[in-house]
Write a protein that binds this ligand. Sequence first.
Ligand SMILES: [Zn+2]
Ligand SMILES: [Zn+2]
Length: 83
Amino acid sequence: MAQNRFKRGSGCFNCRVCGRLTRDTGNDNGNVGLCPECLELSGQQNEHSDRRHQGNFDQCQECQSQLSGKAKKHLADHSDLFN
Ligand SMILES: [Zn+2]
Ligand SMILES: [Zn+2]
């Protein structure tokens, strides 16, 4: 039974947006293959286009105000991936 110690989807994987090694934190990020920050950012990026905010997502004050500190830092580090 040792092989089944980790339940499906709870292992480590590389985020398909930023490529870093991450793990399933139980908020569905594993199902979509994203690290928690990229998951948050892609959700906010959808908001940005759905609500027709002005300008680029990575520069958007309205979106920045919605994001957690970690997601904001991730966006600053990977702004080329989210614009
Ligand atoms: Zn990521
Ligand atoms: Zn926005």
